[in-house]
Design a protein around this ligand. Structure first.
Ligand SMILES: Cc1ncc(COP(=O)(O)O)c(C=O)c1O
Length: 340
């Protein structure tokens, strides 16, 4: 099976499983799990943040951050396709009672100018109080698009000026860094909080880390408990995260190269209307109008190639750790021969 549905489909390698099996563990709710503590320290050190919190999922890490940064009735500014809004089951409204101000923006990227234009004045009691700005890097629904550090810095300045909190959904932050070559701390230092997924490009089976200063993480730890996300001997899972940080960051460029090869071929295919610019491990492409995404996916399935629809005519391919060179060759061969 060739699985291009998501970079979340990877299975732990033998070496990762060995690291998991041999991890020392304890009850993390008592702060006793040495492997979780080691992961949190490692993540904080790598990102230059004061503290970290191991979370069961990226969704929970993001939603904890939103809950800490907002009060019911506040407003969060983000892109209308932001994962926190579009793909997290209404959690902003459900868990934090906060409102959203949804911006447009090329490939899911928002600008400082647009953010500033959508901040509700503090002294206007009619409007929800803007307290948080969120960005996603890389941007999933934008085809793995990367922000320019300059734009993120400009948004940070707007946040500082208006005393707003600033959260980064960095589920795929390491993918962005693999493209730009910039230092992780150049990014993380701009934000009050950052979430990073271990279970996407980095190949761990479970888990995300939420990062911030000590007082933020203390409050986040309470919210994680309230959301039911405090785990016990989860060091077995954290060990996979440590292994992922040690071994699976540098190889992300391989995923990007394979995505690029897919994107380049798709751009030449008659059945493809347009391919979104491909920068990282995600390739989003629109099929010719008369070709529904579901029909195309069914056709791919006959070759045991699996992908996801992102709209009636739109398909997403995501490359990852378990998508090998042989699989790439086979996919290119199939795509080239298709006559849908
Ligand atoms: C950009 C982004 N943020 C957050 C998440 C949520 O991660 P999880 O599936 O671990 O909840 C995802 C998942 O695909 C994602 O793509």
């Amino acid at each position: 099976m060739i699985d291009l549905r998501s970079d979340t489909v990877t299975r732990p390698s033998k070496a990762m499983l060995e690291a998991m099996f041999s991890a020392p563990v304890g009850d993390d709710v008592f702060g006793d799990d040495p492997t979780i503590n080691a992961l949190e320290t490692k993540a904080a050190t790598i990102t230059g943040k004061e503290a970290a919190l191991f979370c069961p999922s990226g969704t929970m890490a993001n939603q904890i951050a939103i809950n800490v940064h907002t009060r019911p009735g506040d407003e969060v500014i983000c892109h209308r396709h932001a994962h926190i809004y579009y793909y997290e089951g209404g959690a902003i409204m459900r868990n934090s009672g906060a409102s959203v101000c949804l911006l447009e923006g090329d490939r899911g990227l928002i600008t400082a100018e647009d953010v500033e234009g959508h901040i509700n004045p503090e002294n206007d009691v009619h409007r929800p109080l803007t307290t948080l700005v969120e960005v996603e890097n890389t941007m999933n629904k934008g085809g793995g698009a990367c922000y320019a550090l300059k734009e993120l810095t400009a948004i940070a300045e707007v946040c500082r000026k208006h005393r707003l909190k600033y959260h980064l959904d960095g589920a795929r932050l390491f993918n962005a860094l693999a493209v730009t070559g910039e230092k992780i701390t150049d990014y993380t230092s701009l934000f009050d909080s950052v979430s990073i997924c271990l279970s996407k490009g980095l190949g761990a089976p479970v888990g995300s880390v939420l990062l911030g200063d000590k007082s933020f993480i203390l409050r986040a730890r309470r919210v994680r408990k309230a959301f039911g996300g405090a785990m016990r001997q989860a060091g077995y899972l954290a060990a996979a995260g440590i292994y992922a940080l040690d071994h699976n960051i540098e190889r992300l460029v391989e995923d990007h190269r394979r995505a690029r090869q897919l994107g380049e071929l798709l751009s030449e295919m008659k059945y493809v209307e347009r391919v979104l610019p491909f920068e990282t491990n995600i390739v989003i492409f629109e099929l010719r109008k008369e070709l529904p995404a579901m029909q195309f996916l069914d056709l791919l399935k006959t070759y045991d190639i699996h992908a996801l629809a992102m709209g009636t005519n739109t398909i997403r391919f995501v490359t990852h750790l378990d998508y090998t060179e042989e699989m790439l060759t086979r996919t290119l061969e199939v795509l080239q021969g298709l006559k849908p």
